[in-house]
Write a new protein. Sequence first.
Length: 98
Amino acid sequence: MLSKKLKDIKIRKKFVENELKNNLIKFVYTNFYNYNKNEPKFGLFHNKKLKNVTKTKVVRRCIYSNRNRGTLRMFNISRIKFKELFRHGILPGYQKSS
């Protein structure tokens, strides 16, 4: 469980470090790439894009329980912890739905 959390932290750090670089490569490739096969310089440059650091690889996890399923984006906690906090009155303003 801890290893998955550490792996997610590493992926997040890599994504933040390389986000600008990847966006720049993508911009250059899509706007200035000549689709002539005789000039592959931008194509080779584009292949250096880091594929293991995409935004989809980042997993949202609960702050309290480290659960990856059923997390609420607004609070970054799982639905189970949300129910507990709601029951104890820590999160006011929500009504129980029936």
